[in-house]
Write a protein that binds this ligand. Structure first.
Ligand code: C2E
Ligand code: MG
Ligand code: MG
Ligand code: MG
Length: 286
């Protein structure tokens, strides 16, 4: 029977695998038309500077506004966008859109953009970034690129990251601590920032072990002259613990959820107005 013969290629006829392939082909087609029809939208999540208690910048997070299925989160379509190569044009759009949105903000805050491994493999990412900066007029110093350990630090990708840094762009290591080789990865490239994964932040208030890992990461980052952003801060207790541990920045639902381009512009203006009025209340030196 086909199933007992290892050379029969029966796996191809496994109905679940066939379904999965058909489904991913259908998704690929849908993604292609979504790109043509401008169905992607970026949301922006504020990042709080713990030293000043003001917004430091925002992370751009892509969503797919599907005409019938509603808002689809990135983890449901980014993998297929990568496999199909569509992440190339979609990623270019994300870079341009994030940079031009940051130009509309009433204060020159940073904007962080996530990059996929395929954008290094199949795309001239250096040129894409340069074009996004040129088209928007955003100074390179306001752009942060977030990569994870899934980006292989080959000689070529390391050289690309160094050229980006030379432009003035910052490079952050996202989801730190969740990959297989966080330490050697950290040694392979002079990142500007480490983003501490939310799994550790979530554990901080209940588990001494998570707290120890977060503290050690912050101290390691400081020694390596890198700043730290703690992700997924959902409670005031977590935020207090992070301040105590000396994190540079915090991001999470407790501070604000990701929001639309319109909402973030208002959020930023409010935050800075609040700072201005605080300064006005301070006793003046004579
Ligand atoms: P990430 O870069 O680590 O982004 C943080 C994720 O955590 C976001 O999920 C954000 O909405 C979520 N988050 C923020 N604060 C909290 C919190 O307090 N609690 C919890 N439970 N979650 C929080 P999102 O937007 O669904 O994105 C998931 C992942 O998809 C991102 O993880 C990133 O790896 C990828 N992604 C998102 N946008 C892009 C993009 O434009 N390009 C690429 N290549 N990947 C993207
Ligand atoms: Mg990120
Ligand atoms: Mg992350
Ligand atoms: Mg992630």
């Amino acid at each position: 029977a086909a199933k007992s013969d290892p050379d029969s290629g029966y796996r191809l006829y496994d109905p679940t695998i066939k379904d999965a392939r058909a489904e991913s082909r259908a998704l690929e087609g849908a993604l292609r038309s979504a790109h043509d029809n401008n169905e992607f939208e970026l949301f922006y999540q504020p990042i709080l500077d713990l030293a000043t208690n003001r917004i430091w910048g925002c992370e751009a997070l892509v969503r797919w506004k599907h005409p019938t299925k509603g808002m689809i989160p990135p983890l449901e379509f980014i993998p297929t966008a990568e496999e199909s190569g569509l992440i190339g044009p979609i990623g270019d759009w994300i870079l341009k859109e994030a940079c031009s949105t940051a130009m509309t903000w009433s204060f020159p805050l940073k904007v962080a953009v996530n990059l996929s491994p395929m954008q290094f493999k199949r795309r001239d990412i250096f040129t894409s970034v340069k074009q996004a900066l040129a088209a928007s007029g955003l100074p390179a110093s306001r752009l942060v690129l977030e990569i994870t350990e899934t980006v292989k630090l080959t000689e070529e990708s390391t050289a690309t990251l160094k050229r980006l840094k030379a432009l003035g762009v910052s490079i952050a290591l996202d989801d730190f601590g969740t990959g297989y080789a966080s330490m050697s990865y950290l040694r392979s490239f002079p990142f500007d920032k480490i983003k501490i994964d939310q799994s550790f932040v979530r554990g901080m208030t209940g588990s001494p072990d998570s707290r120890a890992i977060v503290k050690a990461t912050i101290s390691l980052a400081n020694d390596l002259r890198m700043s730290t952003t703690a992700e997924g801060v959902e409670t005031e207790e977590q935020l207090d613990a992070l301040r105590l541990a000396g994190a540079s920045q915090a991001q999470g639902y407790f501070i604000a959820k990701p929001m639309s381009r319109e909402a973030i512009a208002a959020f930023i203006a409010d935050d800075r107005r609040a700072r201005q009025s605080e300064q006005d209340d301070m006793p003046r030196m004579r």
